[in-house]
Design a protein around this ligand. Structure first.
Ligand code: HEC
Length: 226
């Protein structure tokens, strides 16, 4: 067979050239040409070809670089990274303030006491006694605690002046708040008495027990004389 082929083809060639330069090829010649074409063509590929290996490495390399870049220059993605007032250690986060009795007392006083005793602590002559430099304020803290818990009614002498009026009770306030108010009035307006411990108020409340009747100043002074 193989010996026959060249013979055949040569005979074909002559025949073809005899006929026409662009004439049809014989079947076997056609097959030969096809076989040649098939050989020279690329391998058939599937529709979705896998990602080339070099691309995978390229992307991996780029992601590694980007990760490093962001770690270094992203500023941890903080919104305040360009804030000139930024403080290390989270300056933006507000720290919770510790309980400051005098400061808390100032607010409570403004809400609950200054209508009568006035923001100046000077009271109203003839009606409300002053707290500034008052021996009641700067004296025994248990005495004021009791006075505030139940209120007072009746004649009272403050800084040599007589008053006879009524102060409402503040029993509903917590020991902590009452201690804060007392601490404030003992330190405001130039008063210089030490602050009052919460425990003092707790003890005063216990001593009062179930009593709800306001004190007369004279009665309270009997228990806690100057
Ligand atoms: C409604 C008015 C009124 C309010 C509110 C009031 N007080 Fe008084 N306070 C008086 C009167 C009136 C007296 C005198 C009581 C008397 O005449 O027996 C007095 C007496 C006092 C005294 C003893 C006398 C002195 O001047 O030192 C202190 C201390 C005091 N008050 C503190 C307070 C504090 C603290 C508050 C707020 C928690 C307060 N008061 C709220 C009317 C008031």
């Amino acid at each position: 067979m193989s010996e026959d082929k060249p013979k055949k083809s040569s005979s074909k060639k002559t025949r073809n050239s005899e006929k026409c330069e662009f004439g049809a090829l014989e079947d076997s010649a056609l097959q030969n040409v096809h076989a040649q074409l098939m050989r020279e063509k690329h391998e058939p590929t599937e529709k979705e070809s896998p990602v080339p290996m070099f691309l995978i490495f390229l992307f991996a390399g780029m992601m590694f670089w980007a990760g490093g870049y962001l770690t270094r220059y992203s500023g941890n993605f903080r919104g305040d990274v360009f804030d000139p007032n930024w403080q290390p250690g989270g300056g933006a986060v507000k720290e919770e303030k510790p309980w400051d009795p005098v400061e808390e007392g100032r607010k409570l006083f403004a809400k609950n006491c200054q209508v009568c005793h006035q923001p100046t602590g000077l009271g109203v002559p003839g009606a409300y006694p002053p707290l500034v430099d008052s021996e009641w304020v700067t004296g025994d803290d248990t005495r004021i605690a009791k006075a505030l818990l139940l209120g007072m009614s009746g004649p009272i002498t403050v800084k040599g002046k007589q008053y006879n009026n009524t102060m409402p009770p503040f029993k509903r306030f917590s020991d902590q708040k009452l201690a804060a108010i007392m601490s404030y009035i003992r330190q405001a307006w130039g008063n210089k008495a030490p602050i009052v411990e919460e425990e003092t108020v707790t003890k005063a409340r216990e001593a009062i027990g179930s009593r709800s009747k306001p004190w007369s100043p004279a009665e309270l002074l009997k228990e806690h004389p100057f």
